[in-house]
Design a protein around this ligand. Structure first.
Ligand code: WT7
Length: 649
């Protein structure tokens, strides 16, 4: 494979793209020198019920922090995704759905989707759901997941989608935090040929004595598998919909009214309820979807993310549907039943734009390119990557094997908190370098700072911050504004701290180097090391645990746990497996530790603080240059840990 390091914009793409490089420069300048004017203009892409007169009203001052965009305008997100397309695109396909088993196929037009959403919205109302209520959604990857979200948006309820891979405990803590009265789920999900017991997980979550708010559970019949039933609480989706009227006017919402909550992990404590509001989020999600993917009417767009993550919210539902796009939703995983599946789906549905994750690319790469021998791929035009830094080797493989060397790759950096893409190439404007997310999107002002918060200039490396607000930014941590301010605005005052480190090269391109806090990124899924540690110490035989990430060929980062057992406990292989299963059950499969090292002691300072720097290096098998250990209470623990390290690859 060639080791080319700069890939220029293909001439044909540049000529037809929404934005070329000259336009990017001009628009970017305007967006940061005159944000009010720029965003007032861009916000016209959304249908407002009452037009806004205020544009940007934001302050990053940690003593008085607020973020408001288009605050006096009103709109409805579901009407923007559905109603406004009916006159011209009623018969256009909104959703192409392919089941886990490719024999199952569905297409849903905008008119049909609108009708489904209206009916389900009326069903929610009939169950007593009101504007401002939090509705928890725990669904498989079926069109009804989008229907449920849009129905909430239609009546002003706040949805809180919980990823279908999370455990009953994780569901419970989110339901409790959101004080949800109504839950939407399915009997079972299907993924890679396996059944996921969604309803059973809900039953278990709701059986916990501290979950007291839920009155109703709506259950979609997906597989027809056997489920247990609580009379008076559980209702079938089909039954409530059959009784519902098809006409449901969209609720007029303030631009700053909440649209959804989505929980994400941080370096401390429980996952945070990231709150996104309506106006700014819709402007930003739809605009980034159109520009970053250079979306043209009629194109088929496929995002492989699960609806349980922010990518599924912004780039499978709200952004593309606001743009009247045709969205492909695949129920399963793109490498099942074989690694050829991804190419088959692209060819079968003539996908023009593909948005996926490095971990999947690496998994396909490991299987070998022979699986793409029968892949045509001529429909593909643009390809995206998201979730973690993409290693140049995977980037080139993606470019060559999937993109046949002519599809620009947009490596999009963003976060649950940012609502939409912040640093990314634009297909017609930005020459790309494998591994670099390149340049800021319009209105985004990244900077690199040292640990004291001094802004660094030129080609350098540092902590990645954002100097000013953009419309898609989260507004608060649900129910805990203090935590919002503390987490994002106190580390470096007057700036939003991303938690990521980055390098900027001589061309001003950004290269994200990964998290600089105690958050790890496993297969593009974000996890707090503290969450895994508290799951481990909840086990009777665990006295202490410290968890770090380590480089993993497919997952990006794997989970490495150092565990100290209670006195007298035998460290057996059975116990190791039991602890892995334990964490899996406590949090979900994605949190299962890859490696558990028994540790008789952990490297601590005299004041008892664990020095993770050593643990990270030992887990990464980087033992030659460990650095100064003289501040440790007992430096000899390091040697013991090195001797019994597990990752000697
Ligand atoms: C963290 C955010 C954004 C949707 C999916 C993940 C990492 C994300 C990239 C990228 C390098 C990336 C960062 C970020 N990340 N995209 N293109 N290049 N790193 O959302 O779960 O909120 O995680 O994912 O570390 O902070 P998330």
């Amino acid at each position: 494979m060639s080791m080319q390091s700069l890939y220029t914009v293909p001439a044909e793409i540049a000529a037809n793209a929404l934005v070329n490089n000259e336009q990017y420069q001009k628009m970017y300048q305007e967006s940061v020198s005159n944000p009010e004017g720029f965003w007032a203009e861009q916000a016209k892409r959304i249908d407002w019920i009452r037009p806004f007169t205020e544009v940007k009203d934001t302050s990053y001052n940690d003593q008085n922090l607020y973020i408001k965009w288009f605050a006096d305008g009103t709109l409805n997100a579901s009407a923007n995704c559905l109603d406004r397309h009916l006159a011209t695109k009623g018969d256009t396909v909104a959703i192409i759905w392919e089941g886990d088993d490719a024999a199952e196929q569905r297409t849903i037009t905008y008119r049909e989707l609108h009708a489904d959403v209206c009916r389900f919205a009326n069903a929610l109302k009939a169950q007593g759901v009101k504007k401002g209520d939090v509705v928890t959604i725990y669904m498989p990857m079926v069109p009804e997941a989008a229907v449920a979200m849009l129905a909430c948006a239609r009546i002003g309820a706040i949805h809180s989608v919980v990823f279908g891979g999370f455990s009953p405990d994780s569901i419970a803590s989110r339901v409790i935090d959101g004080k949800s009265k109504l839950l939407i789920t399915a009997d079972e999900g299907l993924r890679g040929g396996r059944k996921i017991p969604l309803k059973a997980n809900i039953d278990e979550a709701l059986s916990r004595p501290d979950v007291t708010t839920v009155e109703t559970v709506l259950v979609l019949k997906r597989t027809g598998g056997k489920v247990s039933w609580t009379e008076g609480r559980d209702l079938w989706w089909d039954d409530v919909v059959a009784a519902a009227d098809a006409n449901c006017p969209a609720e007029e919402m303030g631009a700053e009214d909440p649209l959804f909550l989505l929980y994400t992990s941080g370096s401390t404590g429980n996952p945070k309820g990231v709150l996104h509001t309506t106006g700014g989020y819709m402007v930003y999600a739809s605009m980034t979807h159109e520009y970053v993917f250079d979306y043209k009417p009629g194109e088929v767009y496929w995002c492989t993310a699960d609806v349980g993550w922010i990518t599924g919210h912004s780039y499978m539902v709200y952004g593309p549907l606001a743009n009247g796009a045709t969205v492909l939703i695949h129920e399963g995983i793109p490498n099942f039943p074989s690694p050829a599946r991804m190419g088959e789906i692209i060819d079968r549905h003539q996908v023009n734009i593909l948005y996926t994750a490095p971990t999947l690319i690496r998994a396909l790469m490991a299987e070998g390119k022979q699986h793409f021998d029968g892949f045509d791929g001529k429909s593909l035009r643009i390809m995206g990557s998201v979730g973690e830094p993409i290693n140049p080797e995977a980037w080139r493989w993606y470019h060559e094997v999937i993109g046949h060397e002519h599809c620009p790759i947009v490596d999009t950096w963003w976060q649950t908190e940012t609502g939409g893409i912040l640093i990314t190439p634009l297909p017609g404007a930005t020459d790309t370098k494998p591994g670099s997310a390149t340049r800021p999107f319009f209105g985004v002002q990244p900077a690199l700072v040292d640990n004291e918060g001094n802004i660094l200039e030129g080609a350098t490396e540092g902590n990645l911050v954002l100097l000013d607000s953009w419309p898609g930014q989260m507004r608060t941590v649900y129910g805990d504004h203090e935590r919002f301010v503390l987490t994002y605005f106190k580390t470096f005052r007057g700036m939003y701290f991303t938690g990521d480190g980055a390098r900027r090269d001589e061309d001003g391109y950004y290269w994200i180097t990964g998290r600089v806090d105690d958050v790890i990124n496993v297969s593009g899924h974000r996890l707090g090391t503290a969450e895994v540690e508290s799951a481990l110490v909840a086990h009777d035989l665990v006295a202490e645990a410290a968890v770090v990430g380590y480089p993993h060929d497919i997952k990006g980062q794997g989970i490495y746990a150092y565990v100290t057992l209670t006195k007298g406990t035998e460290p057996t292989e059975e116990l190791r497996q039991e602890l892995r299963q334990w964490v899996r059950k406590e949090i979900g499969a994605l949190a299962t530790p890859d490696l558990i090292q028994w540790a008789s002691g952990l490297p601590k300072t005299r004041s008892g603080k664990i020095m993770r720097r050593f643990l990270r290096k030992i887990a990464a098998n980087e033992i030659t240059n460990l650095g100064d250990s003289s501040t440790l209470a007992d430096p000899s623990v390091i040697d013991t840990l090195i001797e019994s390290r597990l990752n000697r690859a």
